[in-house]
Design a protein around this ligand. Structure first.
Ligand code: SAM
Ligand code: SF4
Length: 334
């Protein structure tokens, strides 16, 4: 019995951590305006965790009681040989959900291999259905490639596919309803995410303009019947509504207007192996340094448990007068 209590990750605020987001690369084939600078310098390869190190970290977390892993990036599917990593993760005993967040550009190639490796769910980013606006938002992406990727994913039996859209004032507000209709007509979920100010991404050095979730909700509710789901999915930051009594759900992720820290159940590991305790704070420890200094699995687990003591009660970027955390989203994994 004592064994069970000591293998679960619980922080000072009694939050049980059962979800880890693992960034497998900081690189990407897109340059979304809200995520990256146009001219990015990426990490030297030796600073990035190897696939073996990533698999080991995942194994240690699952051994500590983590039941859900999300592989993200940068764009996870541009990492060479990433399928081998998914195959290892898919076999971890105790893991209930293996998820991927992707921009969809490589899914025509990878969707079958991901499913075969045991990936259970996908989040696919899609901010507009207009090819010109898509090009403007991603700077280099091709909409057709992503739409084909979504179809390739639908052809596999993932338990859940959710589209993710970041809506920016003066940029893609007109896409809210077409994106929702696109998702609903395919039985997919869709989440609208408020932009978070994580990196200096425009010339003026200010975050771009986010559109508040409540205003998105208002727009959608004028055209669709929305039933709020009572229990938000195990402490996740999204609030969900069933759309028109069908299979699709609308999710709203609102770091500005809805503080979800009290139910935070997650940790993040960056591509460099930094364990981030909170997206909106700088607290971190280097799992890579521990690994490369020869730490055993037990020592790694002990360091993770100790680091949990530093998990802050809440993030700080919701308050406009606080200093912003200058970390690009592709580095922290979103
Ligand atoms: N490349 C993959 C993708 O785009 O889905 C995975 C990594 S990306 C950093 C993960 C998610 O973070 C995407 O849905 C993206 O739209 C979102 N994102 C990136 N920058 C953001 C920001 N500043 N605010 C809110 N969401 C952001
Ligand atoms: Fe790449 Fe995803 Fe960031 Fe866009 S949001 S630049 S696709 S990592």
């Amino acid at each position: 019995m004592h064994e069970i209590a000591s293998t679960n990750l619980v922080d000072r605020f009694n939050r049980r951590i059962d979800y880890v987001r693992l960034s497998v690369t900081d690189r990407c084939d897109f340059r979304c305006t809200y995520c990256m600078a146009e001219d990015m310098t990426f990490l030297p390869r030796r600073q990035v965790l190897t696939l073996e190190e990533l698999a080991r970290i995942a194994r240690v977390f699952v051994g500590l009681g983590v039941a859900k892993l999300r592989v993200t990036g940068g764009e996870p599917l541009v990492r060479r040989d990433v399928t081998a990593l998914f195959q290892q993760l898919g076999q971890l005993e105790g893991l209930r959900e293996l998820a991927v967040t992707t921009n969809g550009s490589q899914l025509t190639q990878y969707a079958p291999a991901l499913r075969a490796a045991g990936v259970t769910s996908l989040n696919i980013s899609l901010d507009t259905l207009d090819s010109q606006r898509f090009r403007a938002l991603t700077r280099v992406g091709k909409l057709d490639q992503v739409l084909a990727g979504i179809e390739a994913a639908r052809a596999q039996e993932f338990s859940r596919i959710r589209l993710n859209a970041v809506i920016l004032r003066g940029s893609n507000e007109q896409d809210i309803l077409p994106l929702l209709d696109y998702a609903v007509s395919r039985g997919l979920d869709i989440a609208f995410i408020e932009e978070m100010p994580l990196g200096q991404v425009n010339l003026a050095g200010k975050p771009l303009e986010f559109v508040a979730s409540d205003s998105i909700l208002q727009t959608i509710s004028e055209h669709h019947d929305l039933q709020m789901e009572s229990a938000p999915e195990h402490g996740g930051p999204a609030r969900y509504w069933r759309v028109d009594n069908g299979p699709s759900r609308l999710g709203l992720i609102s770091p500005h207007s809805n503080n979800f820290c009290a139910s935070c159940n997650r940790l993040r590991v960056t591509a460099e192996g930094q364990l981030l305790l909170c997206l909106g704070n700088e607290h971190a420890i280097s799992l890579r340094d521990l690994l490369r200094d020869g730490a055993s699995d037990e020592e790694l687990g002990g360091a993770i448990r100790k680091a949990l003591n530093d998990k802050p009660e809440q993030h700080v970027f919701a308050q406009p007068d606080q200093p912003q955390i200058m970390r690009f989203m592709n580095a922290s994994g979103g």
